[in-house]
Design a protein around this ligand. Structure first.
Ligand code: UDP
Length: 340
């Protein structure tokens, strides 16, 4: 992918860092690369291309095809490329799959991260941004979730990520190592410049599936549950534009570079939207009907999950810019059409 917007003057040459992005061929990782390249950082990517797409990696970044669990390979990259910090996206992300194949999740998420961290410690790389998830909260009693809300994941995916957060804490206590764990709510949308988007063919995310249904690429959107304790009975989530999420990562990275202590942040807008509200937005934006059929709940799905992300705003100065749901859907829909 040709990618650079060549905004390199934003940062002086002396401030340029080298960042290892794991899972950079995936949906969020590919946006992260653009965010880093656009501001003048050097980027090395490690991805095993199991779900990632090679073409999605910006050509200004170096792609190493390999596994983050391969400690020797990662050590070699960290050493040879003089990596300053790691942003870790690589992993498996499908909740229902984690229920049927838990070992895959403990391998790809928890075990692989353990090996990646071993490489960081061995090579003295002390700054780490981790892609965590709202799934660590499970089915919280409160409707709005803060970082203080007890973690109680209800599926192997959430547990595999929470175990990684625990590892990070233990390692940060034992070594000169600091981390930022960002707990994503529902990431959606695509690069506003149209350079990348959600390309995973088997993606299960609601907004992508609804766009596919609006385009007639799938016969219908399945609504997973209409009997939740929510205003219209369908699941409520906090959808965050991927560009605002990337901005949070850059702030987290810079905070670590500035000496900040390890921390955990929710990433969302504090706004819940139901499945039906998302369908309405996709219909508004596309001008097409979204054929939908109502079905049972999906295994492991909570009814409502909405972030209190005021800590991110307060402590890292995060200012969301792309929160309008029609803007989110517009970018996702444009990308879906482009994939034709
Ligand atoms: N959902 C749905 N149909 C789909 C995909 C998702 O009804 O084809 C619902 C799902 O039950 C949840 C919300 O949409 O309430 C968001 O699901 P998604 O898979 O996008 O993310 P999750 O919240 O599971 O991480």
């Amino acid at each position: 992918m040709r990618c650079g917007l060549h905004l390199h003057d934003l940062k002086g040459p002396n401030l340029t860092s080298t960042i290892l992005v794991t899972g950079g061929a995936g949906y969020i990782g590919s946006h992260m690369i653009l965010g880093l390249i656009d501001r003048g950082d050097r980027v090395v990517v490690i991805d095993n291309l199991s779900t990632g797409v090679r073409e999605q990696v910006c050509s200004d970044a170096e792609l190493v095809e390999g596994d983050v669990a391969d400690t020797e390979l990662v050590r070699d990259i960290l050493k040879r490329r003089k990596v300053d910090a790691v942003i870790h996206f690589a992993g498996s992300v499908i909740v229902p799959e984690s229920v049927t194949d838990p070992l895959k999740y403990y391998d790809n998420n928890t075990g692989a991260t353990r090996n990646l961290l071993a490489a960081c410690i061995a090579e003295g790389v002390s700054r780490f941004v981790f892609s965590s998830t709202a799934a660590v909260y499970g089915m919280p009693d409160t409707t709005i979730v803060t970082e203080e809300t007890p973690t109680a994941p209800i599926n192997p995916y959430g547990r595999s990520k929470l175990m990684t957060e625990w590892m990070l804490r233990d390692i940060a206590a034992a070594h000169p190592f600091r981390f930022m764990a960002l707990r994503y709510f529902n990431v959606a949308g695509a690069d506003p410049a149209g350079r990348t988007g959600q390309s995973t063919p088997r993606a299960t995310h609601l907004i992508k599936r609804a766009c596919q249904a609006a385009l007639g690429r799938v016969p219908a959107l399945d609504i997973f549950g209409t009997d939740f304790d929510t205003p219209d009975g369908t699941g409520v989530r906090d959808y965050i534009h991927v560009s605002d999420l990337i901005a949070a990562h850059l702030l987290a990275l810079d905070a670590l570079a500035g000496g900040a202590e390890s921390n955990v942040f929710n990433c969302g807008y504090g706004r819940g939207l139901s499945v039906r509200e998302i369908i309405a937005a996709v219909e508004r934006v596309s001008g097409n009907k979204v054929p939908a059929r109502e079905g049972p709940r999906r295994a492991g799905d909570p009814g409502m999950l909405v972030a209190d992300s005021s800590k991110l705003t307060r402590q890292l100065g995060w200012t969301p810019r792309h929160g309008d749901i029609d803007e989110i859907v517009k970018s996702a829909y444009a990308w879906e059409k482009h994939l034709a």
